[in-house]
Design a protein around this ligand. Structure first.
Ligand SMILES: [Zn+2]
Length: 275
């Protein structure tokens, strides 16, 4: 783990200097996650996914990597959560509400809060992932427990959202409406919301009992925090599942970035950092 964190910090530091090697490593690690998210949340075709990521990389790197530098750098999970938020914001602009499914009522933040109200945390997590568009099989892997152990969520969905129960693909059925729910959740931060780091510690098992219970109780009553709590689990699942992308795809993405011309001395320095 410490090795991985070490590598993550070096990679991001190198990216902010425009190093080609660092960006190669960044794109190799994170492109599979970005494609996975854009598949689930936007339903983009492979070509559109590629164009979307390329545009996002341009955004991340303008003004001397200003946006990238704003992301949390403390730990990889927090960094990836910021990257995910950024991507969901970017993608939301490209969604057409006319393409949303009309099989069920379109979700609104109020409707989602109503569905979640009073449920235990595990049920809320399952239900939230279901609304995101995840299949039972993927939810089982993300939560490392079968959704069947949490049953109350099922009754809530059955009334109006039964088409979601049968889905075997990981694909949101109303990307535009769900993007509004997620954006509302992102903006609903209150003074009582624990820092993301607190959730990371709980997920990694490095918490004190007196920290865990109040935090979990807060999450069950706060859409902003449930959204971040589940995002942390989701992003880490896809991080672990990531499969390498073809080298020519990574090369094409690199061409979108303002990379530094590598001098021999700088190259050596970077190799020392990695070595
Ligand atoms: Zn909160």
């Amino acid at each position: 783990m410490s090795n991985k964190l070490f590598t993550f910090h070096k990679i991001v530091a190198g990216c902010e200097e425009g190093s080609r090697e660092a960006w190669e490593a960044f794109l190799a690690d994170y492109t599979p996650i970005v494609f996975q998210l854009s598949d689930v949340y936007f339903g983009f075709s492979p070509q559109k996914q590629n164009d979307f990521w390329r545009d996002a990389l341009v955004q991340l790197s303008t003004s001397n990597f200003e946006t990238l530098k704003r992301f949390e750098h403390q730990a990889e999970r927090e960094f990836l959560t910021d990257l995910r938020d950024f991507l969901l914001e970017q993608g939301a602009e490209k969604l057409d509400p006319a393409l949303d499914s009309t099989e069920t009522p379109r979700p609104t933040p109020e409707a989602v809060l109503g569905l979640l109200k009073g449920l235990p945390l595990l049920d809320q997590e399952v239900l939230f992932f279901k609304l995101c568009g995840y299949s039972d099989a993927t939810i089982e892997k993300i939560l490392v427990t079968t959704p069947a152990v949490a049953q109350k969520w099922l009754e809530r969905l059955r009334a109006e959202y039964s088409p979601l129960l049968a889905g075997s693909d990981d694909r949101c059925v109303w990307p535009a409406a769900w993007a509004v729910v997620l954006r509302t959740a992102r903006k609903a931060k209150t003074e009582g919301c624990p820092p993301l780091r607190h959730f990371v510690r709980i997920h990694e098992g490095g918490f004190q009992w007196h920290e865990k219970e109040p935090a979990e109780e807060h999450v069950t009553g706060c859409l902003h925090c449930l959204s971040r709590w589940t995002a942390l689990r989701e992003i880490w699942h896809w991080r672990k599942q990531a499969k390498p992308r073809p080298a020519d795809e990574i090369d094409a993405l690199l061409s979108a970035l303002p990379l530094r011309t590598e001098t021999k001395a700088r190259k050596t320095l970077f190799k020392r950092m990695f070595g």
